[in-house]
Design a protein around this ligand. Sequence first.
Ligand code: NDP
Ligand code: OXD
Length: 312
Amino acid sequence: MTAAPIHIAFLSQSASLAYFQPMMAERMPHAEVSVWPDPRCLEAEVAVCWNPPPGIYARMPRLRLIHSIAAGVDNVIEGQDTRGLPVCRVVDPGLARGMIEYVRWSVLYFHRQFDRMAVQQRERVWKRLPLQAAEACRVGVMGLGELGGMVARTLRDDGYDVGGWSRSPREIDGVTAWHGAEGLSAFLARTDVLICLLPLTDATRGILGARTFAQLPRGAALVHCGRGEHLVADELIAALTSEQLRGAVLDVFPVEPLPTDSPLWGCPGVVVTPHMASMATSTEVVSQVAANITRLTAGESLRNTVDLARGY
Ligand code: NDP
Ligand code: OXD
């Protein structure tokens, strides 16, 4: 007797994941592939998700594996009953490379004062500012995981004075590292450009707010590539207005697309980008999901599983 084909459902309530269907079908020709809102999704054994409908896993009696199409899993697990099932995410060197490029640009933007030059240009001011050496610019990376770790190493190699902060102790050659709530103040106090590459969890929600900004040196800058809910927008605007912060490059927002009436669009000192810091290619996502399905059906251990107790 041949086994029934595995059934894979692509689930999102906010994005169309239909483009994955032909790719997945080509990669796993024997699989059945459905895309939400097709009700056949409820029969699937594998849910591949970005912001899936609320309570959906509870309605999928045959479900065996939940897979994010992204590095972050917050919108895949938040408010959902994952029923003790394994949850996996994407870990990809290509995604890390994209993130490095985005963060490098953003750090250079502040370090080489392109933000100030843009203001000068608008005012037709020709004024040369002193050149600041990279080693005099103290960059701080919040989150030293797959992405933050690579970013910290790259910026270190670029000559910046790099510090990092994580939940548990992390050692990276040439990077001064702090961890835990007790390490946060010391980390912030020496950070001129703060980069957020944290996952969104109960412990990190709202972390980019007045309390954090007040502990940075006056005139520090923010580069935010984590998740929108890390940031308290009105407290950022207040910190920019009081010049406690000099500027912010923001890639992620609690509501995406960022609503057209958000004050962040026109806030002086703010650069808004549309959640494009990095992403895995669809080919890579399909390949990682397919590899994990093969492991699942073979009874082998899965790659890139999420620790649900930690939330990331
Ligand atoms: P990882 O899980 O590999 O790393 C997470 C890091 O954050 C770890 O170093 C972890 O600490 C640290 N951390 C978690 N919780 C805390 C806490 N409470 N206090 C201090 N540190 C904490 O994640 P990735 O590097 O793969 O991805 C990070 C995030 O980047 C994703 O969750 C996603 O939100 C965002 N992202 C954004 C993209 C974009 O385009 N804007 C693209 C891809 C990802 P420890 O080392 O101790 O575990
Ligand atoms: C991700 C993202 O988590 O795209 O991969 O934000």
